[in-house]
Design a protein. Sequence first.
Length: 416
Amino acid sequence: MVAAVSLSACGGGDGGGGSTTIRVTLANHVWTDNVKKALPEFEKQTGLKVEVTQLGEDQLSDQYNVKLNAGSSDIDVMMYRPLQEGRLFARNKYLADLSAQVKSNAGWNFGDFQAGPMEATTYEGKPVGIPIITEQEVLYYRKDLLDKAGLSAPPKTLDELKAAAAKIKAAEPDVAGFVARTGKSAAVTQFSSFLYSFGGDFVDGGGKAAVNSDAAKQAYAFYGALIKDSGPANVSTDMGWPEAMAIFTQGKAAFYTEANSLYKNATDPAKSKVADQVGFAPFPAGPAGSKPYNIPSWALGINAGSENTANAWKFIEWATGKEQTLAQQKSGVPGARTSVWADPEGTAGFPEDLVAAIEASTKTGVGHDRPQVIKVAEAREVVGQPLVDAITGKDAAAAADTANTAFQAFLDDEAR
């Protein structure tokens, strides 16, 4: 973890905390490294000065907790996780309403941003953040194992996935037909795409717990059975992505549903024994169609306590404009703008079949991959329990009923 870094590139400004100095707090990320290299260009264009504080995720959260709670004005622009702390920040009015700013420059084109990521950075109908890095869930698969099994194409539906996984496991005793996260909390995000594709969600349209709807019960049972029946032998119920990815990259699984942002772990020969055999496909359709999540893992917002909001927006407008988004995507950072995915320059660095899978995900994707609540970690523990029960062969429907009661009590408590 990197300690705070102060960066002041050459440019205009008064050298202090005045209106021509924009104080930006960013997380350790490739996106941050890229934007720092481009800062001299922004400063030259605007005559403004940017001071960057760069922190690891835990340090970032600690700083926000202290400074935002105190109403501090010494942060202008903040990089935050919309699905982790976004609702807390918005409810506590830490994030400025950007409704006027997003309409102020037609050339910047607010309408270019994908619907899913914008859903996650909108609160009570108002945009409070601009997504900068996205993720979608896709299907990873082994081309050689499909060929050997006589399967001409990757499965397009969840039923086809189930049948193909069972067929390959039966023919290849040392290979799992399917692998995915199994940990109670870790699995929730990847399970979400199954839930949506069965027609469910964590919360219904009226704000009530919905993890025991018929659709949710079917999704829990399906996910659990897929791992129980076609997963690795003696599978544990505490796997996150590193453990599941390791099984896949060691050649021990045919199919794997996971975030596209992790794809290089599977295609890099230094990390994967099956790098040359990995293919990607859109998330398979369930009864409600293919509805994978399409989320922003990070976004930029303006501290509502900032006294420099006009210049803070100038920075965000530049950092999230098409030019910078395209440059970021060319370096491997997936952007939230539709236009960069339609631009050959924006897709050249990604495998062609992954690009196709991502494009499909952005059209039908859902803008959250976990319950949209204040205490996200606690909620994931509650709604993740039926996954563990289903994987271990327990009654998924009964587990969903129990979880729904607990989740509703959780929601009621948060609403107080």
